[in-house]
Write a protein that binds this ligand. Sequence first.
Ligand code: NAD
Length: 309
Amino acid sequence: MRSRLPRPEAAGGCNVRPVRELRDKVCVVTGAGSGIGRALALALASGGARLAISDIDPETVADTAAAAAALGAEVGHYQLDVSDRDAVARHAAQVIARFGVVNLLVNNAGVAVDKPVAALPLEDIEWLMGINFWGVVYGSTAFLPHLIASGDGHLVNISSIFGIVGAPQQAAYCAAKFAVRGFTESLRQELLLSGDPVKVSCVHPGGVKTGIARAARSNDRTSDELAAEFDRIARLTPERAAAIIVRGVQRDQARILVGADARAIDLIQRLLGAGYQRIAARAAAAQRDRADRVRPGGPAPPAPGRRRT
Ligand SMILES: NC(=O)c1ccc[n+]([C@@H]2O[C@H](COP(=O)([O-])OP(=O)(O)OC[C@H]3O[C@@H](n4cnc5c(N)ncnc54)[C@H](O)[C@@H]3O)[C@@H](O)[C@H]2O)c1
């Protein structure tokens, strides 16, 4: 059967990937009050984009907006809870009313839960899925018609390296991030088939030094302990992560792996298949032992479902 998909060289007569110009494009970023979202907003502002940025925290997003405006960008900032379907639909209308067009949407807002399944309240899974999965679905579907209408749209969904491999204590997070990958890769293929002018990228960061661990829900770690443990393994700054994501968008990469750890874990998963799980479990145990050694009060008491080896 002959493929109906356009060949890459059809557009320009060669195999060089086009680099997408983001100057003057209207870019929407959720969860822009801190971490990767804030760094992305500022990277886009530096590149001359027009910004519609949001966060559930109105103060932090106002701060990002002020920093982006200081770089010369036109910025609208909004309070938005991405897990609220009607609010996301209203937000899409609000952005169109102000800017008239949307060229780039980054569904970035996210939270974490650090609990084993045996001690994981269903409410925590529902809370996390509401933000990390449904937030992405609401954003993608509310903005897709506008991205198509722009004639030059790009949808970017932030998954994680935990959208490629599972990890202990991260079942809820991994479930949401795997789901984001499945949703995003399917949508990219649908748009390739339909020929609608929207690119789609799924982003898989490894460890990035942000506040995500501090804000995570946990049974047996304080937010200080979670943050300290995370900072030991997270290698990349949010600014570097944002630069990699922007470059991936400009090159229309379907899968954007962020950081050497993400690239290494992705390779291990592809080489070992399901066999990666034994290695990952050993690495998690070693990391937990390291964290316990430096913990001021000694090892954390084992929480339900967290057996000491
Ligand atoms: N930091 C990492 O190592 C890492 C790794 C892989 C993936 N990610 C993903 O990157 C994205 C950004 O995370 P980050 O590390 O910058 O974390 P962060 O905590 O610094 O930023 C997340 C932002 O999302 C906002 N937010 C939380 N709930 C929200 C809601 N209901 N509606 C709107 N905004 C909400 C927070 O207020 C915060 O400003 C997330 O999707 C996260 O899962 C992060």
